[in-house]
Design a protein around this ligand. Structure first.
Ligand SMILES: *Cc1c(COP(=O)(O)O)cnc(C)c1O
Length: 580
């Protein structure tokens, strides 16, 4: 920063001089975590159906898991997110998936109304309700209003998105003040939450802190967590949009000038300013942190600290399997890998695996009893029936269509074990390409009597279905184009629930070596496809052989229990944020 600040106030003017100094030293910050000074986690997306909030996919699942893990570990933690008054669901109409919109009322989910806050938008004062729900050391704080819209409604550079993002940032920051909370740290779950950090910078700079010191302070206390690989793909906002939605909410002319200067040809990518305002930056797997291609304004490549996502095992692992892990000293009481957990895995027998999976199958059957497949059939699988699943958001890079490239081969594999193949996954609203791909798969399948009764699509993929499939199927298929998956967490649910994993070596799967699961490698898609089919045959054979089943399940768990463990993730974040 070369220019003189607009206002200069000596540091003595602010109440937080000690705080400022410790922040600059970055040493004793842990002491700073308390009920009034929580770890704050900002996210536009939360996937927490129990609490009335349905997300879009992994980003929201991660946010909900992070909050629950903080609760289990007693970390003072506040998650700030919108409460969307409407949520999209998907239903089948013939071979096509269509969206339905369902209103949601926060009063039905135990949220308490606190008060309202205002943000300025396009010449209007918008009132946002602040609502809160507490869970021991943690809480969810939401801002909401009847016209807030749905998650990811509209285009990503649209006015409405900017309105939602500005509301969360400025409204959410005002909500914290209303509740008497000061963030010890602000974790930005993706760049859409940038305005929370901007709001803090603006508060410091307009309350007497010198602008440069305010920048330093905000930077030291902000962690930007990136989930996207390429900066180029990110949406941009125009300066004209900022004039209507952002500048009216800024009190400090210095902050306004700071952000104005970041526009290039009248456009701004939020990542470029998120990088400026957050000294702490993380990626969500080892591979992702290494390959994420981001540059700061000066053109230097940005380094990301790898903190691989984990899952809340209390939520995602079948209770009897989790009990088994606890009793055999595989994970401890906060689901952190136990000492000697690898040795302790040696006790798992094929008989136990089959008996635990049979309990999981009951859950799958229960969930499927109210969710028909594309033919309107309510499925039920006996313990001896073999089930493959592919369950994940339908986006191009995840390649849901890959196993259907050679229908004869797929059919031969399924016939060899009388196996079923379940597809589940949400298509992003407006993604006609993926809707067409699904339509085509279902259309082709329908022409064959065997495939049409052994390949099933279950609509409206959500947490319940994700859990049921990971508990109740035998083999999970995860084949993103290598290099495009940031982490992925559904494969973690599968490994933890004793499924065999067939996967390409990508995202968090690549945290360990490809020797540890049924890996799909190849330099062309045809090679990968051949490998995928061979792995499917291998998986069928392994479930018919006790020795192989034990060996493969133990190997998966030995390599991935530490990756999967959500408390491991939380400790990694705390170590990064509050170094000893
Ligand atoms: C676990 C989960 C995800 C995460 O999916 P990935 O493709 O592994 O990132 C997405 N949606 C739902 C409903 C989930 O339960």
């Amino acid at each position: 920063m070369q220019e003189e600040p607009y206002f200069y106030h000596p540091l003595e003017n602010i109440e937080d001089i000690d705080e400022f100094e410790t922040a600059v030293e970055r040493t004793h910050l842990t002491k700073g975590l308390s009920k009034e000074r929580p770890y704050t986690y900002w996210t536009l997306e939360l996937y927490d159906q129990e609490n009335g909030i349905r997300g879009g996919g992994g980003l929201g699942v991660l946010a909900a898991d992070t909050r629950r893990i903080a609760e289990q570990m007693g970390v003072d933690f506040a998650l700030i997110t919108p409460f969307y008054p409407s949520e999209p669901h998907q239903v089948m109409q013939g071979e096509t998936v269509v969206d339905e919109h369902v209103p949601v009322d926060y009063r039905n989910f135990g949220f308490k109304y606190i008060d309202s806050v205002n943000v300025k938008c396009a010449g209007n004062l918008c009132h946002l309700d602040v609502i809160e729900k507490c869970f021991r050391s943690t809480r969810i704080i939401c801002i909401t209003e009847p016209n807030f819209g749905e998650l990811y409604s509209g285009m990503s550079g649209s006015d409405h998105r900017l309105y939602q993002e500005v509301s969360l940032g400025f409204g959410g920051y005002a909500a914290l003040k209303l509740l008497g909370l000061k963030p010890a740290i602000m974790q930005l779950n993706e760049v859409a939450t940038f305005f929370a950090a901007l709001s803090r910078l603006d508060e410091l700079a307009s309350n007497g802190m010198d602008f440069y010191e305010a920048v330093v302070y905000t930077r030291k206390h902000t962690l930007y967590t990136n989930h996207t690989l390429v900066q180029a793909a990110e949406a941009e906002f125009s300066e004209e949009q900022f004039e209507r939605f952002v500048y009216p909410n800024l009190k400090s002319p210095a902050v306004r000038k700071w952000i104005k200067d970041k526009f290039v040809n009248g456009k701004l990518k939020l990542s470029s300013v998120a990088i400026e305002i957050a000294e702490l930056r993380s990626g969500v797997s080892k591979l992702h942190a290494r390959v994420a291609n981001y540059h700061d304004i000066a053109g230097n490549k940005v380094k990301f600290k790898a903190v691989t996502n984990g899952i809340d095992m209390n939520k995602w692992v079948l209770p009897s399997i989790l009990k088994f892990y606890h009793e055999n000293n595989i994970v401890d009481n906060i689901n952190y890998p136990a000492n000697n957990f690898v040795d302790n895995l040696g006790c798992i027998t094929a008989e136990q695996i089959r008996s635990l999976k049979s309990e999981g199958r009951k859950i799958l059957n229960e969930v499927l009893s109210s969710r028909p497949d594309q033919n309107g059939v309510f499925l039920h699988f006996n313990d001896d029936e073999f089930v493959f699943d592919f369950k994940r958001r339908f986006v191009d890079y995840k390649r849901p269509e890959l196993p259907f490239k050679d229908l004869n081969r797929l059919k031969a594999i399924l016939e060899s074990a009388n196996a079923h193949y379940i597809l589940a996954g949400r298509i992003h609203t407006g993604d006609h390409n993926m809707a067409e791909k699904l339509h085509k798969i279902l259309h082709e399948i329908k022409k064959d009597d065997y495939l049409s009764t052994h390949v099933h699509y279950i609509a409206d993929y959500d947490e319940k279905l994700a859990f049921a499939l990971s508990c109740g199927s035998n083999v999970a298929i995860n084949v993103p184009i290598v290099g495009l998956e940031a982490c992925g967490t559904s494969w973690m649910k599968d490994i933890a629930n004793l499924n065999l994993l067939i996967s390409t070596h990508d995202g968090g799967v690549a945290d360990a070596s490809s020797e540890n699961y049924l890996s799909v490698r190849g330099s062309t898609e045809d090679d990968e496809l051949g490998e995928l089919y061979r792995r499917m045959e291998e998986a069928i054979a392994a479930w018919q052989n006790d020795f192989d089943l034990e060996f493969l399940i133990q190997k998966q768990l030995a390599a991935y229990i530490p990756v999967i463990s959500g408390s491991r993730m939380m400790r990694d974040y705390l170590d990064y944020l509050f170094p000893a």
